[in-house]
Design a protein around this ligand. Structure first.
Ligand code: HEC
Length: 223
C-alpha cells in the first residue's frame, strides 16, 4: 500500500462537517443561497408589466373600437377637418324606422293600406299628401270623430293617438321625429309629396301649445 501524497483531497474527508458538505453540494448544483423561498424581482416585474399591457389594451378596445361596427369603426379613418359638413341621416330612413317600430304600422299597416272600416289608409290619402298644416296637427295632437278618406267614411270610434310632446300624449315624440315620420309617409305607399321640416312642425307646435285632439271639422277650416 502506497502512502497518499500530502495534498490528496481525500485526506480532508475526515474533517468534513454537515455544513461543509451541504455547502459543497450546493456549489456543485449551481444553486445560490438566497434562491430558496424568495421571488426574484425581475419575473415579478414582467408579470405586472404584461398584466398592465393586457388590461390597458382591453380597456382601449372597449372604449374606442365602437364594437367594430362598420358605421363607427374605421381603421383608416381620419378625423373630419374643422368646418367639414357632417353627414346627416336621411329623414325618410329615420321616419321609416319610426313608422315600423310598433308605432304607426300596428294600425295603418306596414304598406299603409290601413284596416277597412277602422284604420284609414295612408296610401294615396288626401290628408297625407295635401295640406302640411293639417297633417302636422293630426300627428302632433291626434284625431277623433268621423273622418272621410278617399271618399270612404270612417266612424272615428277608434281615435288616432297624439304623437307630439304635448299634454296627454303617450308618445312624446320630438318635433324632429314628427317631421321625419311625415316626410316618410309622404314619400312611400305611392305618395310623392314634399318633405315636412322640423321648423314647420315646431312652428305649429309653438302656435297651438297643448290642446286636445282635432276633429275633421276643425282641420277643414285650416288652409
Ligand atoms: C292606435 C291606432 C293608430 C296608430 C298607432 C296610428 N294611427 Fe293614424 N289614425 C288612426 C285612426 C283610427 C285614424 C282615423 C281617426 C278618425 O277617424 O277620426 C287615423 C288617422 C290618421 C291620418 C289621417 C287619415 C289618413 O288616413 O290619412 C294620418 C295621416 C295618420 N293617422 C297617420 C299616422 C301615423 C304617421 C302614425 C304613426 C306615427 C299613426 N297614424 C299611428 C289610428 C292610428
Amino acid at each position: 500500500m502506497s502512502t497518499p501524497p500530502a495534498d490528496d483531497p481525500r485526506l480532508d474527508q475526515s474533517a468534513a462537517t454537515d455544513d461543509s458538505l451541504i455547502a459543497a453540494h450546493e456549489k456543485l448544483l449551481g444553486r445560490q443561497k438566497d434562491d430558496q423561498g424568495h421571488y426574484r424581482l425581475l419575473p415579478l416585474g414582467l408579470l405586472f408589466f404584461f398584466s398592465a399591457l393586457i388590461f390597458g389594451g382591453g380597456t382601449y378596445l372597449g372604449l374606442f373600437s365602437g364594437m367594430f361596427d362598420p358605421r363607427v369603426y374605421d381603421e383608416h379613418g381620419h378625423p373630419p377637418k374643422a368646418g367639414a359638413a357632417v353627414a346627416k341621416l336621411d329623414p325618410r330612413e329615420v321616419g321609416k324606422k319610426l313608422y315600423n317600430n310598433a308605432a304607426c304600422n300596428t294600425c295603418h299597416q306596414v304598406n299603409g293600406i290601413g284596416v277597412p272600416g277602422v284604420y284609414p289608409p295612408l296610401a294615396e290619402s288626401e290628408w297625407v299628401s295635401g295640406s302640411d298644416e293639417r297633417v302636422i296637427r293630426i300627428l302632433l295632437y291626434g284625431l277623433q270623430g268621423p273622418l272621410k278618406v278617399k271618399g270612404v267614411d270612417y266612424p272615428g270610434t277608434a281615435p288616432m293617438p297624439s304623437f307630439g310632446k304635448v299634454a296627454g300624449s303617450g308618445y312624446n315624440w320630438s318635433d324632429d321625429k314628427i317631421a321625419a315620420v311625415l316626410t316618410y309617409i309622404r314619400s312611400d305607399f305611392g305618395n310623392s309629396s314634399k318633405p315636412v321640416t322640423t321648423e314647420q312642425v315646431a312652428a305649429v307646435h309653438a302656435k297651438e301649445g297643448d290642446r286636445k285632439a282635432y276633429t275633421q271639422e276643425e282641420l277643414l277650416k285650416l288652409p
